[in-house]
Design a protein around this ligand. Structure first.
Ligand code: GTP
Ligand code: MG
Length: 488
């Protein structure tokens, strides 16, 4: 570790843990997840991490704890032989380990051992990571013995990378070397398990208990805050998308005879702006959760694919049918004047059966053209000056609002539960559950009322904006609960 990266390990300071183990056992994955850092290099090849590197977890400008990523052991038996040859009694073991590092710092044969032991002899706690899908071998006993010789508090994590399960043998072997042994899947462990692990770290050293208890409090609040901030971001994007217009200003002479090209051009621009706005929302949510490097499955594809905002698959997954609305508390009486007809303005956007009957193969990937969107041509504008403006938008179908919201809720859920060790491209498979079903009846009515307000092109006032965020927040919470209860 170079000086610039060295960390304060003195007692009472921020807890520091060195994550160590055999090469390619998921050490960097554990560090990435617990420090919420998706920029850490993780790879199939052993030897990905070559130098020790501290990763602090900061919340509100405060470092809650620091994890040090380290290279794997290369020659643990040689190291142990040296230690045994140079130690006089059990009491000098920590100093003997420090002496080893001192003497071998510039020896390329022990480069990795020196890197990984340095943070530990400087005072870091030990998190020893093993892969529970490969069998236990005595080779690792040299590693564990060296770690025990450092005298630092230690904990072992069983991280299962492959399908096989050797957890039981690992547990009994590790139990002889470590005070605490936990199972932790760096890629899949849910948030509650991250907190559980921090609490376990707190048991390693009395003066770390309080900072780590505080850390779990901070992280819990951060998670709640992020859900609220996500709700606000989604409500904001939705309001913009529902009121969005594209305009084109042109001379009166041309405007007198607007042709299809004018409308088509504006329409295309309108579609693209909506896609761009949704994309921006997704990036904003990902940034909020500190995911900066997510690869998108859909990114490489042309826009008219299944996941497109205007694809027929999207409409079927996230749209709201007339029947559904009629039976879900949105009857004419339920939302004042705006009854179910207001929800199904597009003539063919009613029921699935009707759409199935109307669509030919050619247009079946795209519902956009069947959305009712207001088009105001210059012809309709009277008495303006030399230049006149044609306007496309806003959308009149509330269906669109439900689709945008459904996609946003689903995307949010995948991001909010994604660990920072995850490297798979983000996939958003269609859900068989409609998010709207998790909303209470009166919340649905509030949502409907606000969508109707937006359709009238009226800006939401302060109270309504708050209300909108609150409704979206409930939608996020309800969907999260449903997904967890139904997780396979
Ligand atoms: N499925 C699954 N794969 C994991 C998990 N943890 C790590 N992996 C995979 O295992 C491989 C090695 O992970 P790393 O975190 O780079 O391992 P490392 O111990 O830091 O490796 P070196 O730095 O090379 O010593 C990567 O391909 C990871 O995606 C896990 O919890 N579940
Ligand atoms: Mg690594």
């Amino acid at each position: 570790m170079n000086d610039q990266n060295s960390v304060d390990h003195s007692p009472g300071q921020v807890p520091v843990f060195a994550v160590v183990g055999h090469p390619n056992r998921g050490k960097s994955s554990v560090v990435a997840t617990l420090s919420q850092n998706d920029r850490i290099a993780i790879a199939l090849e052993p030897g990905t991490t070559r130098v020790s590197q501290p990763y602090p977890l900061n919340v509100d400008g405060r470092t809650l704890y620091t994890l040090v990523d380290t290279p794997g052991f290369q020659r643990p038996r040689r190291v142990l032989e040296w230690l045994q040859a140079h130690s006089l009694s059990a009491s000098d073991r920590p100093e003997t380990v420090a002496a080893f590092v001192h003497q071998h710092r510039d020896n390329p044969r022990f480069r990795d051992e020196c890197e990984l032991l340095t943070p530990i002899i400087e005072g870091a706690g030990i998190i020893y990571v093993v892969d529970g899908s490969v069998p236990y071998t005595a080779e690792q006993e040299a590693e564990m013995t060296i770690l025990r010789w450092t005298g630092q508090p230690s904990l072992a994590l069983i991280n299962r990378i492959g399908p096989d399960d050797h957890t039981a043998t690992w547990q009994s072997a590790l139990g002889q070397f470590f005070q605490i042994v936990r199972i932790f899947d760096a890629v899949r462990a849910p948030f509650e398990q991250h907190l559980g692990l921090l609490k376990a770290f707190g048991q390693l050293r009395p003066d770390w208990e309080q900072p780590l208890q505080e850390a779990t409090g901070y992280l819990t609040r951060q998670r709640q805050d992020r859900q609220w901030q996500s709700a606000r971001l989604i409500a904001e994007a939705l309001a913009e998308m529902l009121t969005h217009q594209e305009s084109s200003t042109l001379p009166k002479s041309l405007a007198a005879n607007p042709d299809r090209t004018l409308e088509d051009g504006l329409r295309e621009k309108w579609y693209q702006s909506q896609r761009d706005r949704e994309e921006k929302l997704r990036r904003d949510i990902e940034t909020l959760y500190q995911h900066h490097c997510i690869a998108r499955q859909e990114a490489a594809l042309a826009w008219h694919h299944d996941h497109d905002l205007f694809s027929e698959e999207t409409r079927q997954a996230w749209g709201v049918s007339r029947t559904y609305l009629a039976t879900a508390g949105f009857g004419a009486g339920a939302v004042g004047g705006a009854g179910i007809d207001a929800l199904t303005l597009g003539h063919s956007l009613g029921t699935g059966a009707l759409i199935g009957g109307l669509l030919g193969a050619a247009g079946s990937y795209f519902y956009g053209d069947r959305l009712a969107v207001r088009m105001l041509t210059p012809k309709a504008l009277k008495g303006a000056g030399e230049l006149q403006t044609a306007t496309f938008g806003p959308v009149q179908d509330l269906q669109f609002g439900y689709i945008v919201l459904g996609r946003a809720v689903d995307h949010w859920w995948h991001i909010s539960q994604r660990n920072h060790a995850g490297r798979d491209p983000l996939a958003l498979p269609p859900s068989d559950h409609h998010w709207l079903e998790t909303l209470a009846g009166d919340t649905r009515k509030t949502l409907q009322r606000l969508l109707v307000r937006l359709r009238k092109q009226s800006r939401l006032n302060h109270r309504e904006t708050q209300e909108f965020s609150t409704v979206v927040h409930s939608a996020l919470g309800g969907y999260d609960q449903w997904r967890r209860e139904n997780a396979s």
